[in-house]
Design a protein around this ligand. Structure first.
Ligand code: Z5A
Length: 213
């Protein structure tokens, strides 16, 4: 029965190393068990052009990328992703699970880069109109643990070399957004062992299917 219900848009957020990729696999298993037709995507990225913008954003360059340039590139990638993937999938009855979406822009560009949430909000309305996720799961880890989990990966990308103050602002921004709209957001303490995190994740998804669908 659930598989026939209107498609929903679910986003997964959190700092690097919070376990988004690891837990995405768990979410897919959950939806497989429910026989829900879904598609997994990510931001920045999700289409050929948007993935090129992602590469540009993550790579180190000799020339600095200014915060406003970064913000506009992210929304350019998002505009492409929305038209090519998100809207068609939802219209086709496919649930969409995205590894990051606009909450990351509020957190990283709005607060991390200190551009302010008002600029993000303006572009969000312009690019997305009324489209917002139905459920946003924030995997929360302290800044130090996030850094520890990604440190072993070798070369760090352009975001991963930011200061701990930057990441603290990112974390705080996620918290504030979740607190302002508890109906849409679920915050999971992802510093605990994976089994405990996934048991919480299971409860959040069960609750979403029971009460919001
Ligand atoms: N960005 C932005 O600035 N503005 C925007 O609007 C958007 C994005 C959309 C790329 O994002 C960058 O884009 C991102 C912000 C910016 N940069 N930063 N920083 P991304 O999501 O593609 O990249 P990421 O955040 O760096 O993802 P990640 O490092 O791959 O993190 P993850 O997927 O959350 O973690 P993971 O790979 O699942 O886990 C990391 C390790 O921790 C791995 O070894 C796991 O086995 C381990 N792990 C995970 N969970 C646990 C638990 N519970 N216990 C122990 N170990 C664990």
């Amino acid at each position: 029965m659930i598989a026939e219900l209107a498609a929903k848009f679910i986003t997964l957020e959190g700092m690097e190393g919070a376990g988004k990729s690891t837990n995405l696999a768990y979410i897919c298993e959950f939806f497989d068990r429910q026989s829900i037709k879904y598609r997994v995507t990510r931001e920045p990225g999700g289409t050929e052009i948007a993935e090129l913008i992602r590469e540009l954003l993550l790579k180190h360059h000799d020339e600095a990328i200014y915060p406003m340039t970064e913000l506009l590139l992210i929304f350019a990638a998002r505009a492409q992703h929305l038209e090519a993937v998100i809207k068609p999938a939802l219209a086709n009855g496919e649930w969409l699970i995205s590894d990051r979406f606009t909450d990351a822009t509020y957190a990283y560009q709005g607060e991390g880069r200190q551009l302010g949430g008002d600029k993000v909000e303006l572009l969000e309305k312009f690019v997305q109109q009324s489209l917002r996720p139905d459920l946003t799961i924030i995997l929360d880890v302290p800044v130090e643990l996030s850094a520890q989990r990604v440190r072993h990966r070798g070369e760090l990308d352009r975001f991963e070399t930011e200061s701990s103050d930057f990441f603290q602002r990112v974390r705080d921004a996620y918290y504030q957004r979740a607190a302002a709209d508890p109906n849409r957001y679920s915050v999971i303490d992802a510093s605990r062992d994976l089994q405990t995190v996934q048991s919480d994740l299971h409860a959040v998804l069960d609750d979403f299917l029971d009460t919001k669908v």
